[in-house]
Design a protein around this ligand. Structure first.
Ligand code: IPM
Ligand code: MG
Length: 394
């Protein structure tokens, strides 16, 4: 029997294309595992009214380890319109299955490394004072609180009277008290001390273990005094046990501006759910974009690894496949780290580094040409060819 069982959840669109590529790499590197498929995504919302079916949860409960591709999420009205007519008046509400999974299993620590690969033509370059160019080496790891904040799901349009009454106990609600219910939308940002503590602690531990010299809390405590304030407070508390690591604090807006000024100065970054979502895409943009952005959603019991790109439906229909499998492959490498197979993970990362820097086999994004059926004529490699090249270097 294999040592590990990985629940594979390809999901929608290009998730179905890139996930099998990551499995091929895991097999090639000699990971002792078997794979069980699990249903997730838009198709199951439409046909069953549930994009995260119970049978999928049962598999995760059992095997504890997941690889996830991508899912399509659509706004409220469109989601309802696409639901099987037989299910339409049952009061079903679409909720992103990946967000639901993070919350159900308390996968509260999201790790998103953004590291430059040498020779990647998509790396960020910056003008130097003498008019030349320089390419800062970015090595940032974002720790995103993955279950709370603005993603907590506590939201209303036309909030019930009790909610309005409760809010009216706060003087700031006076400004909204006259707004008619249907014209009032509220999304709440909930932080708990426990979750703030956990994400900050994991960030510091990671910094220590991997030799990063700073942890930066990226929030907005000057305005979001309670929630961002709590994150900062916990960071100061945790820092005491990590004297060798500096604690910095940036505001999310300023961080977006500094992003292109001094990205090489940052090490580990920790943020709440929404700001973590933003700052991780932003840094990913400096190191090749979403085609390179990998992540792990980690709880005490269960962990799920996924590329942070979406399902890109317009590319999913193209055959041969054009999309970059590297984000998914790097996510599989993170899965290996998680189960204590870091040597294999390093072999994968080294193989990716070589393929990217040699530049002989590149998907369209790395050639900086538009994605589409024309890409091959312009020299782009297929998804599978990039995987093959990585496997050849293992
Ligand atoms: C991510 C994605 C998701 C998120 C979406 C697909 C719900 O943007 O993983 O970063 O917002 O968390
Ligand atoms: Mg995102």
């Amino acid at each position: 029997m294999a040592r590990h069982t990985v629940v594979t959840m390809p999901g929608d669109g290009i998730g179905m294309i890139v996930l099998p590529e990551a499995v091929r790499v895991l097999e090639a590197v000699g990971f002792d595992a078997e794979y069980v498929h699990a249903d997730i995504g838009w198709e199951f919302w439409r046909s069953e009214g549930n994009p995260l079916p119970d049978r999928t949860l049962a598999l995760l409960d059992r095997h504890k380890l997941g690889l996830f591709g991508a899912i399509t999420s659509k706004p409220k009205r469109e989601a309802l319109a696409e639901l099987d007519p037989a299910l339409r008046d049952k009061g079903l509400v679409y909720f992103s299955p990946i967000v639901a999974m993070r919350q159900r299993y308390n996968l509260d620590v999201c790790i998103r490394p953004c590291r430059s690969f040498g020779g990647n033509p998509l790396n960020f370059v910056r003008q130097t004072t003498d008019g030349g160019m320089d390419e800062p080496f970015v090595d940032v790891v974002i720790f995103r609180q993955n279950t709370e904040g603005l993603y907590c799901g506590l939201e209303w349009t036309d909030p019930p009277a009790q909610v309005r009454d409760a809010l009216a106990t706060h003087p700031k609600f006076a400004a909204f008290a006259g707004t008619p219910g249907p014209d009032l939308a509220i999304s709440t940002r909930v932080f708990t001390r426990n979750a703030c503590h956990r994400i900050v602690k994991r960030a510091f531990e990671y910094a220590r273990e991997h030799g990063y010299r700073s942890v930066t809390v990226c929030e907005k405590p000057n305005v979001l005094r309670e929630t961002s304030g709590m994150m900062e407070e916990e960071a100061r508390r945790v820092k005491v046990d990590f004297p060798e690591i500096a604690l910095w604090s940036t505001n999310i807006d300023a961080q977006m501006m500094w992003l292109t000024k001094n990205p090489e100065d940052y090490g580990v970054i920790v943020a709440g759910n929404m700001f973590g979502d933003i700052v991780s895409d932003a840094f990913a943009g400096l190191v090749g974009g979403l085609g390179f952005a990998c992540s792990g959603n980690i709880g005490d019991d269960i962990a799920v690894f996924e590329p942070t790109h979406g399902s890109a439906p317009k590319y999913a229909a193209l055959d041969p496949h054009i999309v970059n499998p590297i984000a998914m492959i790097l996510s599989a490498a993170m899965l290996l780290d998680h189960v204590g197979e870091s040597a294999k993970a390093e072999r994968i990362r080294a193989a990716v580094t070589t393929v990217v820097s040699e530049g002989r086999v590149r998907t369209y994004d790395m050639l900086k040409i538009p994605g589409g059926p024309d890409a091959f004529r312009k020299g782009a490699a297929t998804t599978e060819a990039v995987t093959d090249a990585i496997i050849a270097k293992l």
